[in-house]
Design a protein around this ligand. Structure first.
Ligand code: SF4
Ligand code: SF4
Length: 365
């Protein structure tokens, strides 16, 4: 296992994210999950991350049970205050310590600051309260996780010198989102980074056959997922890389990746970015939101917004269609399409809109 020094601690580069533990009958499968945690700890993992909302509270309960088997100073435990779950930070913190069976947390985070919640963490007193808990030794390092825009992130980091921050970071978002800008904000403020979603919820563990082949030609012995880990591991501001491991295979593959030298060259980075571009072009509908199609649609379907959701489902998984379908601002829904094909005549990208709306209709059922 590779370690990186952090304020006198040797933190493992690989961290265990306890949000996707194996389940059985709608609950964490204690037997299998304990085996995975044991394998990871024996393989050198020293950073374990949870939150009150993971597995509807059961993640903290489970970790409290299983971590009794290991000495308290052999691992670092991270959990989070989630303002959207409850604004009562004092009660939440006490309950978390109780569930986790500990009297201190090594790492504690304001959970998922976003554009609408970042200021609330400050204004409602949570940040000041947790700084006080830190002074009392009940929290060793105070940080936050973020989904905020670069502008909001910049303002939030200026509150005081944060000990660390957790952000979604992977080579796909680095190329097609604001990730690089957010990374630079944290780097410029000397804030070490804990990475979440390095494999984008598993989506980057298997690209399209052509994009996979591009990576396999370059390094036949590397798994596709390991490319994602190698990329984030190569970034100097990154401290720990979380993986929400669900199977023994994932634990073993990750331990192998983090136990060998990274050997990720500038050339590898170029190949990876090229594979990312190919992958995106193959799964992405090239809608430019010009809205020409909307002018002729008799069913008043907001086509570009539905195609945006379609594209997102190709990267994040089909579940997003059901989950976010209601949030699409559109008078007509995909099922209202009467297949008149008027929209195709207007579309400069030649997109077969009715077929895609049919797929969306099936996915929404
Ligand atoms: S084919 Fe469907 S989406 Fe296209 S214009 Fe006709 S009703 Fe609207
Ligand atoms: S006309 Fe084509 S590119 Fe323009 S918004 Fe409609 S689907 Fe997208």
């Amino acid at each position: 296992m590779e370690y990186k020094q952090y304020n006198g601690f040797g933190l493992s580069r690989l961290g265990y994210g306890a949000m996707r533990l194996p389940e059985k009958d709608g609950r964490i499968d204690r037997e299998v999950a304990s085996t995975l945690i044991d394998k990871a700890i024996k393989g050198g993992v020293t950073y374990i991350d949870t939150a009150v909302v993971y597995h509807a509270g059961d993640s903290e309960v489970f970790l409290g049970e299983v971590l009794k088997n290991y000495s308290r100073d052999s691992y670092c435990l991270a959990s989070k205050f989630t303002i959207n779950a409850s604004p009562d930070y004092k009660t939440m913190f006490e309950e978390q310590l109780q569930r986790l069976g500990t009297d201190y947390l090594d790492f504690y985070l304001m959970h998922g600051i976003g554009d609408s919640t970042a200021q609330r963490y400050i204004d409602e007193g949570a940040v000041d309260y947790f700084l006080e808990q830190k002074r009392k030794g009940r929290i060793r390092f105070l940080g936050f996780s973020t989904h905020a825009s670069p502008e909001v992130l910049k303002k939030f980091v200026s509150h005081h010198q944060w000990d660390f921050a957790q952000m979604q970071l992977n080579y796909f978002d680095w190329n097609f989102s604001h990730t690089e800008e957010e990374y630079n904000i944290l780097r410029d403020n000397n804030i070490p980074i804990v990475v979440m979603e390095p494999v984008r919820g598993g989506r980057l563990a298997d690209l399209t056959p052509e994009a996979n082949a591009m990576l396999k030609v370059a390094h036949p012995e590397w798994s596709i997922a390991s490319w994602a880990f190698r990329f984030v591991r190569s970034l100097p501001q990154v401290q720990v890389i979380l993986s929400g491991m669900t199977t023994l295979n994932q634990v073993e593959d990750n331990l192998a990746t983090f136990s060998s030298d990274n050997n990720f060259t500038e050339k590898d980075r170029e190949i990876l970015f090229e594979a990312a571009r190919l992958f995106r072009s193959q799964v992405h509908i090239p809608c430019t939101s010009c809205r020409y199609c909307c002018e002729t649609c008799p069913s008043e379907i907001n086509i570009p917004e539905w195609l945006k959701l379609y594209n997102r489902s190709k990267i994040d998984g089909g579940w997003v269609i059901k989950r976010f379908g209601d949030a699409v601002e559109s008078k007509g829904v995909p099922a209202d399409c009467v297949a008149c094909r008027e929209c195709i005549k207007q579309c400069p990208q030649g997109i077969d809109i009715p077929s895609l709306l049919e797929e969306l209709t099936d996915a929404l059922r």
